[in-house]
Design a protein around this ligand. Structure first.
Ligand SMILES: NC(=O)c1ccc[n+]([C@@H]2O[C@H](COP(=O)([O-])OP(=O)(O)OC[C@H]3O[C@@H](n4cnc5c(N)ncnc54)[C@H](O)[C@@H]3O)[C@@H](O)[C@H]2O)c1
Ligand SMILES: O=C(O)CC[C@@H](O)C(=O)O
Length: 525
């Protein structure tokens, strides 16, 4: 039963897919709650309140997936999660409309002094001349970060008769034309816009995007909005430019520290604030909760998640196509790992035939996960496989080839260590399953499953019989057996499978037989 911890306030209606999930148990408690057994938690669902730090992850060795019911993952140490093989998913578009609407509401409120006027009327005042506003119509809105929210905001601004200039280094000309906005440089937006709003994620590049230098380039009387993340607009710099009258007002939904406590921006009457409410609508909360609940369930049902931050996106159809090769790759990795008895510094993988049309990088990661499985303590999966290989100085080469050796598809791998060099090839045959068709320079054909013994021996009469006799004498039942050789009388291989793992005594007896070159017990599960 998977333990699923919901650590922040997430719409319970949206959690229905997990409430209906028979293999999961929902725990709705904070990570700091002493009743929560962090070391048993398999999935963690958060909004922005819980800080998912490396220290927290350290206490959660079973954690497999972190789901952020929202867009920004800046409260999650994604690098630390990735290193541990933990998938991070978010709900990228469930709160787009709500946040765009909130930004628009903040902009309108700011320009018409609505919060101040509202408070004044409730204070039994009637100060109509003190709250003269400014129309949106005809003004230029500058949007920094033209993603989902920026684009929705732009549509609304245009309907209100505003012109929209945007700065987003990743925005193409075609997309800008389609959205009917002017794609500009940062300096152009700063110099021309009457109102500037930020909608980028918080990253090292966007932290302090609006600072004293950039503020100095803006028009006197400019307005600022931040409904994205605290810190994209430097709070000290904004306070300074509000204080000297250069900035006419600001609407702020997000702060560097939340809750902000007593804050320097609160002293300005022309600053309006909300407590990180961009996504706080019934609709958005239901959307994001449903999205992440489905993702977590999908993950535990061994199906592809759609919105992972640290895994490539894959549709259900593609996943179904890739699944058999995923299993084959993992098995190849497991076999290689048990055959080669030293560390490796190079792994070359060649995909040919039908498999080469698929997302081969995903298969490479699965192969590495299989390879590392019994070698290192860290749980390695597709999320951290490449990183793990890099940390261990293993060079990974991936190639596509037209030569599939007569099979419809083939995955050929060579691993190089200091002394050993191993090659293996597998194929997947419809209705028949995965097969290993080449091992250490020998053609062979066996099903990579269960308890195997791989023997390299001299091709001499009686060897197979002697192997069979020892196993028979030791009550070991041979389930299947395949042999292969390169030339008569030269080296040969046999691969046997058993119903249970081969015992040490039988292995020792086999090792002492004449004409046996090497033996490898291989377990595939
Ligand atoms: N206030 C809230 O409650 C709330 C709700 C949802 C999202 N957010 C915040 O809003 C952010 C944007 O959300 P979104 O769904 O539009 O994300 P998005 O990924 O669709 O858009 C972000 C855009 O920023 C652009 N960008 C990245 N770096 C940039 C840079 N250096 N300069 C200019 N543009 C840059 C990207 O190209 C992208 O187009 C989120 O990351 C999140 O932090 C806040
Ligand atoms: O959880 C929230 O309410 C905030 C969400 C928002 O900041 C986001 O990044 O999606």
């Amino acid at each position: 039963m998977y333990q699923i911890l919901v650590a922040d306030a997430i719409s319970e209606d949206g959690l229905q897919p997990l409430l209906d999930f028979k293999n999961g148990q929902l725990i709705i408690k904070k990570v700091t709650d002493p009743d929560v057994e962090l070391d048993k938690v398999d999935a963690l669902l958060v909004r922005s309140a819980t800080q998912v730090t490396n220290d927290l992850l350290e206490k959660m060795p079973q954690l497999k997936i972190i789901a952020r019911a929202g867009v920004g993952v800046d409260n999650i140490d994604v690098t630390a999660a990735t290193k541990r093989g933990i998938i991070v998913v978010n709900a990228p578009d469930g709160n787009t409309i709500s946040t765009a609407e909130h930004t628009f509401a903040m902009m309108a409120s700011l320009m018409r002094n609505i919060p101040q006027a509202h408070q004044s009327v409730k204070n039994l005042e009637w100060r109509r001349n003190d709250f003269i506003g400014t129309e949106l119509y005809g003004k230029m809105l500058g949007i920094l970060g033209m993603g989902r929210i920026g684009s929705e905001l732009a549509k609304r601004a245009k309907v209100f008769g505003m012109s929209v200039h945007v700065y987003d280094p990743f925005l193409t000309k075609e997309r800008a034309n389609k959205l009917g906005v002017e794609s500009s440089s940062l300096d152009e937006v700063l110099e021309l816009a009457d109102i500037i709003t930020v909608h980028t994620p918080l990253t090292p590049q966007t932290k302090g995007l609006i600072n004293e230098d950039t503020l100095a380039k803006t028009k006197k009387g400019v307005y600022f909005l931040n409904c994205a993340r605290g810190g994209i607009i430097d709070e000290d710099a904004l306070a300074k430019f509000l204080g000297n009258g250069h900035v006419a007002g600001a609407a702020i939904d997000v702060f560097v520290t939340e809750p902000p406590g007593e804050h320097q921006l609160f002293k300005f009457d022309n600053v309006i604030v909300t407590p990180h409410l961009g996504a706080s609508t019934k609709e958005a909360q239901l959307n994001v909760a449903t999205q992440v609940a489905k993702e977590v369930r999908t993950y535990f049902e061994d199906k592809p998640v759609s919105n992972s931050i640290n895994l490539p996106a894959m549709s259900r159809d593609i996943f179904e196509k890739i699944r058999p090769f995923h299993h084959l790759s993992t098995k190849i990795g497991l076999i290689l790992s048990q055959c080669i008895k030293e560390g490796i510094d190079e792994l070359s993988i060649t995909y040919s035939g039908t498999v080469s049309d698929l997302e081969t990088s995903y298969l490479t990661k699965a192969l590495l996960a299989g390879f590392f499985k019994n070698r290192i303590d860290v749980h390695v999966n597709e999320v951290n496989a490449l990183l793990t290989a890099k940390e261990r100085g293993i060079t990974i080469g991936e190639k596509i080839s037209t030569n599939s050796f007569g099979y419809a598809n083939a995955i050929s791998v060579t691993a190089k260590g200091e002394k050993q060099h191993y090659s293996i090839r597998g194929t997947y045959i419809d209705h028949y399953g995965p097969r290993i068709v080449y091992l250490n320079d020998f053609n062979i054909d066996f099903h990579p499953e269960g308890n195997l013994l791989y023997i390299q021996h001299m091709d001499r009469p009686g060897v197979i019989g002697r192997v069979g006799k020892i196993l028979g004498d030791n009550e070991v039942n041979i389930a299947t057996m395949q042999v292969g050789r390169k030339q008569v009388g030269g080296e040969a291989i046999m691969v046997l499978s058993f119903d249970k793992p081969l015992d040490d005594e039988s292995l020792t007896s086999l090792t002492s037989l004449d004409d046996i070159v090497s033996l490898n017990r291989i377990r595939i599960n």
